[in-house]
Design a protein around this ligand. Structure first.
Ligand SMILES: Nc1ncnc2c1ncn2[C@@H]1O[C@H](COP(=O)(O)OP(=O)(O)OP(=O)(O)O)[C@@H](O)[C@H]1O
Length: 298
C-alpha cells in the first residue's frame, strides 16, 4: 500500500521565533498515556507525535473512545492521577510550565450561572480573573470587547437560563463559555468538543468565531479542539488535522492534504461527500484495513 509522509516537520527556527514573538508553539513527541486498571496497564495513547502552530487551528478527530479528550488533556496538563504519561511536551522547544493566563481550556459542559445575564457573567469573570494591574474600567472594556468578539453583543442582557427558565441558545452558551476563557487573552486555547450538542448552523457559528479571533485582535493564538463529526463547512475552518484511531495516529498534517493521503492509501473520498465523514467512516468500518493502514503509515 502506497503511503505519503503524513508527518510534517517543524523547521528549526520556528520554536525560537515563536518564543521571541511571545506566542506558543506546542510540540509533543512520542507521547504515551497509560491507565492502570487493576493488574494491567492499558495504553490509551500510543506514541503520538505532532505540533500546533501559532495562528492555526488544529482539529483532533477520531471515533468515540479513540483518545481525543485524553490527548487534549495531556497537552493541557490536565490528566487525572490514575494515568501515567511518557514522552515530551514542549513549549517553544523547551519543557516548561506556562505562566498564568498563557493557556485556557474550554470544557464540554458550560459551567455558567443560570441567573446571570451575558454581560454580568463576563464582567464578574473579568473582575475576578484579570490581573490587579488592570483598572476596573480597563477590565470592563476588555469584557465588552470580548463579548463583541464572540458575537454576543445582541444578547448582553439575556439571562443564561436553564431548566424551567429559557435563556441563551446552546450555541450562545458555548460562545459565552469561550468568551469567559479568553478574557485573559491566552496564547494557547484548548477546546473539548466545542460543538457537541449543537446543530450544524450553531456549530459553524461557534467555530467561525473561534477561527476569526486571531484576525480580530491580532493575537496569533494556537488553538486545539477535539471535534466530533464536523460538517464540511466547519471542517474546512481548521488548518490542520490530527486523526486518531484506538490511540494511534492515522493522519497528522495539513487538512488540505488529508484527502490525498486517504486516496493514495486506497480510500478515496467519493465526490460530494463530506471528507470528515469519509475519514471517520473509513476508520470505523474498515477496522482491519485501517490496522494495516496504520502499520504502513507509522
Ligand atoms: N482515567 C481513565 N481510566 C480508565 N479508562 C480511561 C480513563 N480515561 C480514558 N479512559 C479510556 O480511554 C479511552 C479514550 O478515552 P477518551 O475520553 O480520550 O476518548 P474520546 O475519543 O475523547 O471519546 P469520546 O469521543 O466518546 O468523548 C476510552 O476507552 C476511555 O474509556
Amino acid at each position: 500500500m502506497e503511503s505519503i509522509d503524513s508527518k510534517p516537520r517543524v523547521s528549526a527556527g520556528e520554536s525560537s521565533s515563536a518564543a521571541a514573538e511571545n506566542v506558543v508553539f506546542l510540540t509533543w513527541k512520542d507521547l504515551w498515556v497509560t491507565v492502570n486498571n487493576g493488574k494491567n496497564g492499558r495504553s490509551i495513547l500510543q506514541g503520538l507525535t505532532g505540533f500546533a502552530r501559532p495562528g492555526e487551528l488544529l482539529a483532533i478527530m477520531g471515533p468515540s473512545g479513540c483518545g481525543k479528550s485524553t490527548l487534549l488533556n495531556a497537552l493541557a496538563g490536565r490528566l487525572d492521577p490514575q494515568t501515567r504519561q511518557v514522552g515530551d511536551i514542549l513549549i517553544n522547544g523547551h519543557k516548561q510550565t506556562m505562566a498564568y493566563g498563557t493557556s485556557a481550556y474550554v470544557t464540554q459542559d458550560d459551567a455558567l450561572i443560570h441567573t446571570l445575564t451575558v454581560s454580568e457573567s463576563v464582567y464578574y469573570s473579568a473582575q475576578l480573573r484579570l490581573p490587579d494591574t488592570m483598572s476596573r474600567s480597563e477590565k470592563k472594556e476588555r469584557a465588552e470587547m470580548t463579548i463583541r468578539e464572540m458575537g454576543l453583543q445582541n444578547a448582553m442582557n439575556t439571562r443564561v437560563g436553564g431548566w424551567g427558565a429559557k435563556g441563551l441558545s446552546g450555541g450562545e452558551k458555548r460562545r459565552l463559555s469561550i468568551c469567559i476563557e479568553i478574557l485573559a487573552r491566552p496564547k494557547l486555547l484548548f477546546l473539548d468538543e466545542p460543538t457537541s450538542g449543537l446543530d450544524s448552523a450553531a456549530s459553524y457559528h461557534v467555530i467561525r468565531k473561534i477561527a476569526s479571533l486571531n484576525q480580530r485582535d491580532g493575537v496569533r493564538r494556537t488553538i486545539i479542539a477535539s471535534i466530533h463529526q464536523p460538517s464540511s463547512e466547519v471542517f474546512h475552518l481548521f488548518h490542520n488535522l490530527f486523526l486518531l484511531s484506538a490511540g494511534q495516529t492515522v493522519y497528522f498534517g495539513a487538512l488540505s492534504a488529508a484527502n490525498q493521503f486517504f486516496a493514495s492509501n486506497g480510500f478515496p473520498c467519493p465526490t460530494l461527500q463530506n471528507p470528515s465523514d469519509h475519514f471517520l467512516k473509513t476508520i470505523n468500518k474498515d477496522f482491519d484495513k485501517v490496522r494495516c493502514f496504520l502499520e504502513t503509515t507509522s
